[in-house]
Ligand binder design. Structure first.
Ligand code: ADP
Ligand code: MG
Length: 325
């Protein structure tokens, strides 16, 4: 998990704005939600970039944007040196094999009447890559790698537990032998004991198959286990970004510090001082002026209300957007 390898994915000044539909009462108010507001990051080959932030901070929008599952407002997504938003349909189709998505709830994307062996092999069949018997062989092989027993192949989705369903979701993604996987809250619906098993499966597969991940979670303790690099998102902007150790051992942004202070430490002899944030997340259609975080920041000064801080490199590869750092 190197931090210095060549970038597989380079996200440059990504912006995704939505017309705010929740304001339908005020028909003339064409307010805009800046779901992703000028976000840049790179992911090196074989690395896991953990994207964390509260609900509504723009994580899923970034996840969909980097796979071109949505249009973007501005910016670029460079994959292996090519801007995927400038690729032709056929180039994109070729790329689709290399990109895969793992969802929070794989059950919703599984047809209840399709046996899971067929569901796992579906994409191979669609791409016309292999014959039916070759596909069955490949499905059994991938099921084994993902911790599913061979007799599961002819069962239906409802016969599986949450953890097993996520194994099926992962099997569907990796059967295409992708280079890059976006996993959007893949363990958030699971019991904590099962979460660890699925995270270990992701780590295991990464080593075996040389995968690169964008791993999205609202839960810092999940990201801490898997990510080599971390980005902390607040209202569509990255507040802090760095290696896992930089962000977890030396958090510099008050928002990161507050999020971390809420994570329980397994060692009962160590106590973290809990930093309580004031108020709730602001309405993303009307974000605060200056630093978007100033309304909840315990340390905010006058300047924070007026001027948005830039994301600055404070030590090699450690970036923070805060006037006080
Ligand atoms: P997260 O995954 O971090 O919870 P999302 O990317 O889902 O955040 O959402 C970011 C913001 O964009 C939220 O304010 C959300 O309401 C808004 N949003 C997301 N999808 C749409 C959409 N299709 N239309 C309008 N607004 C959207
Ligand atoms: Mg989401």
């Amino acid at each position: 998990m190197s931090l210095t390898g060549e970038p597989l994915l380079d996200v440059k000044n990504l912006k995704k704005y939505y017309k705010d539909s929740s304001f339908s009462l005020f028909k003339n108010d064409h307010s805009v939600v800046k779901a992703v507001d000028d976000v840049s990051f790179t992911i090196a080959k074989g690395e896991t970039f953990g994207l964390v932030g509260e609900s509504g901070s723009g994580k899923s929008t970034i996840g969909r944007s980097v796979l071109r599952l949505t249009d973007i407002t501005d910016g670029a997504v460079i994959y292996k040196g090519k801007n995927i938003y400038q690729q032709s349909k056929s180039e994109l189709r070729e790329n689709r094999k290399n990109f895969q998505f793992v969802f929070q709830d794989p059950f919703s994307s599984l047809n209840p009447r399709i046996r899971i062996g067929d569901a796992i092999g579906e994409a191979l069949l669609d791409h016309g890559i292999a014959s039916k018997s070759e596909i069955r062989q490949k499905v059994l092989e991938i099921m084994d790698v993902c911790g599913l027993a061979p007799y599961h192949i002819d069962r239906f989705p409802h016969e599986f537990s949450g953890g097993q369903r996520q194994r099926i979701g992962i099997a569907r993604a990796i059967i295409m032998e992708p280079d890059f996987i976006v996993a959007d809250e893949p363990v958030s619906a699971l019991d904590v004991s099962i979460q660890a098993q699925i995270i270990n499966l992701f780590i295991d597969l990464q080593e075996k198959k040389h995968l690169t991940y964008l791993f999205i979670s609202h839960d810092l303790s999940v990201v801490e286990h898997i990510a080599s690099k971390v980005g902390v998102l607040y209202l569509g902007s990255i507040m802090e970004m760095g290696s896992r150790n930089q962000v977890f051992d030396n958090p510099l942004h008050p928002y990161t510090q507050a999020l971390l202070s809420a994570v329980p430490i397994p060692d009962p002899t160590i106590k973290r001082q809990r930093i309580l944030l004031k108020g709730d997340i602001p309405n993303p259609a009307t974000p605060p002026s200056g630093c978007k975080f100033h309304t909840r920041c315990p340390w905010a000064i006058e300047k924070c209300k007026e001027i948005a801080p830039e994301l600055k490199e404070t030590e090699p590869n450690h970036f923070v957007a805060c006037h006080l750092v």
